[in-house]
Structures are given as C-alpha cells and as structure tokens.
Design a protein around this ligand. Structure first.
Ligand SMILES: NC(=O)c1ccc[n+]([C@@H]2O[C@H](COP(=O)([O-])OP(=O)(O)OC[C@H]3O[C@@H](n4cnc5c(N)ncnc54)[C@H](OP(=O)(O)O)[C@@H]3O)[C@@H](O)[C@H]2O)c1
Length: 303
C-alpha cells in the first residue's frame, strides 16, 4: 500500500494528542495550528510544523480538529485558498449535520473525498490508546483512511454514507451531558446522606451501571481536580446540536433540555474555564453543601 502524506489542522487538547499518535506511529505528518507554539512540541515525535494552513493542501490526506462549524469552514477555506487540494479531508471536530453537509458540498465541487469522523474520548483517553471514531462518507474513503485512523484510535466504526456519523456523535455527547448531571445528583445525594464520594463511586464503578466514563471521572468527583478536559462551552454546543436535531426530527428530549439549562446556569455563574464536571459543584451548591477534596487516591481506569 502506498504511504499517504498527512496534514493535520488543529493542535488543541484533542488535536495535539491525535496528531502525536500519528507521528509516533510513523506517519509523515505536517501540522498547522493557529497558535503555532502549541504545535511545536510535536516535532519531537517526527511531525513537521507549517507556518500557513495552505501548506497542508499538497498533502494526500488532511485531518481537521478545531472547534465549531464556523471554525472548520474558516480553516478549510484557507486550506484551499492557494489553489492546491488534498485527495481527502477527514473532519473530526464535533459539528452539526447541516455544517457537515455544507462542507461535503464544498469539497464535492473540488473533487475532494470527505470523511466525517467525530471522536469519543478526551485527551487522556487518546494517550491511553482508547479513543474511538465514528465515520461516514464514501466507503472507499474510509478504507483508504483506515490505517491512519488505526494509529489514532482503538476502533473506527463506519456507519454509512453522508453525515450519519454526525448524528451518532451528537447523540453520544447528549448522553455525556445527561450522565454527568445524573452522576452529580446521585453523588451529592449519597454524600448528604453520609456516604463519602470515594466509597459511593467505588461501588458504582464496579456495578452494572459503572462505565469507562464513570471510572475516569471519579478522580475529579472525589478530589475536585477540575483541570479542563472538555469545556462547559463545548458541551453546551453539543447539547444545543442535540436539541436542534430533536426539533428537526420531532423527537422530545426532556432530559437533554433540562441538562442543557443546567450547563447554561453553570456558565452563567462563571464556571467556564474548568472541566464540565464542575456540574458536581453546582449540584452541591443547589443542595446546600460545600464540597471539599477527599484526598483519597482513586484510579481512573485508564492507566
Ligand atoms: N475535549 C474533549 O474531551 C473532546 C472529546 C471529543 C470531541 N471533542 C471535540 O473536538 C473539538 C476540539 O476540542 P478540544 O477540546 O481539542 O478544543 P480546544 O483544546 O479548545 O482546541 C481547539 C483547537 O481549534 C483551533 N481553532 C479554533 N478555532 C479556530 C479558528 N477559527 N481557526 C483556526 N483554528 C481554530 C484552536 O487553535 P488555537 O490553539 O490557536 O486556539 C485549537 O487548536 C471540538 O469540536 C470538541 O467538541 C472534544
């Protein structure tokens, strides 16, 4: 198989780790990030760093991992501004169905193959080799991309043509928001009734209701380390994408609606720079208690 040259747009929390895995895996990667210094450390894994995004257009496959659809549109427009074009674009940011469809039209006109490939897992999950990807678009594009996706993720699911992967990812993140809020509610309830958080979560994590997610959020819930993995603003964006899709497809989403507003309330209180798991602190405040770190060593299930 011919080795493809790879371009990588976006070295934020997620993009940095994903591009790092590609470079460490031996792929020929040229990275561009709006804030160049953030991409520079990738050189130690063998990646090259570009000054301008348009330099990536001569690559075979270009990955994109930025923030919103508006940002994706801007960087892809700049990527193609110099007249060169890659064979394929793999777009991994969490964006709307409509944005993804608009991108497909734009790329189709230029005969660039397009794989919509949002992901599940945070930066630590990527490092642990447990990221998962959901892909849609032409099957032959998926087959060509597969060896590179395999360097980044433990599993890549192909769910069909068009923007189908976008709705899968939106559903996934609606669940993330609702589960986090629910976990915050029951953890505070158990604590107010007298159960330490570490003891409660130890039981939950081993029970049928425990999951990779409840395990890796446990250190934050127990010791109140809210170093950001995913911001409240990005989670609100995904809840809004879910509610928009619910309106479009006429699906009631009462739990998602309530959770979206709780995230909004958290943002309104100024909790924007820490991890979205500060939903726990908001829940504690609403319950009339102030949480303290328990300072108990608990595993995250990843290492
Ligand atoms: N964090 C998670 O746990 C997680 C999990 C799954 C999916 N996601 C999704 O993955 C995407 C990235 O998330 P993240 O947590 O990595 O975010 P992040 O740390 O805030 O990184 C955002 C990246 O996008 C770049 N960017 C944003 N707007 C841009 C623009 N207009 N032009 C050029 N570059 C721009 C930023 O460049 P600068 O460095 O210059 O700011 C940075 O590289 C989002 O769509 C998010 O919803 C996140």
């Amino acid at each position: 198989m011919k080795k493809q040259t790879v371009g990588w747009i976006g070295a934020g929390r997620m993009g940095y780790e994903m591009a790092g895995r590609l470079a460490k895996g031996g792929a020929d990667v040229l990275v561009w990030n709006r804030t160049k210094e953030k991409a520079k450390p990738l050189e130690k894994y063998g990646a090259k760093v570009a000054d301008k995004v348009s330099e990536l257009a001569a690559r075979d496959i270009v990955f994109c991992m930025v923030s919103t659809w508006k940002d994706v549109k801007e960087v892809v427009t700049n990527l193609l501004a110099g007249g060169k074009k890659p064979k394929m674009l793999i777009e991994c940011s969490s964006i709307s169905l409509e944005g993804s469809a608009e991108l497909r039209t734009l790329l189709d006109q230029q005969h660039i193959q397009y794989l919509a490939a949002p992901v599940s897992g945070n930066a630590k999950v990527i490092k642990a080799g447990k990221l998962t990807v959901v892909c849609s678009g032409p099957k032959d594009a998926f087959d060509l991309a597969r060896p590179y996706l395999d360097l980044i993720a433990v599993n890549s699911s192909y769910v069909g043509e068009g923007e189908l992967s976008r709705i899968v990812k939106i559903c996934h993140n609606v669940f993330l928001g609702v589960v986090t809020q629910s976990l915050a509610e029951i953890t505070v309830l158990a604590q107010k009734a007298g159960v330490p958080r570490h003891a409660f979560l130890d039981f939950m994590n081993q029970s049928v209701m425990g999951s990779t997610f409840t395990r890796y959020k446990t250190p934050a819930f127990v010791n109140l380390d809210f170093k950001v993995t995913f911001t409240p603003h990005l989670l609100r964006k995904d809840m809004d994408l879910g509610l928009d899709a619910g309106r479009k497809f006429e699906v009631p989403m009462p739990l998602a609606s309530a959770t979206r507003d709780l995230i909004q309330a958290m943002i309104g209180q100024g909790w924007t720079e820490q991890d979205f798991a500060t939903l726990l602190l908001q829940q504690a405040e609403a319950s009339g208690i102030k949480l303290k770190p328990e300072n108990v060593e608990v595993g995250d299930g990843l290492s």
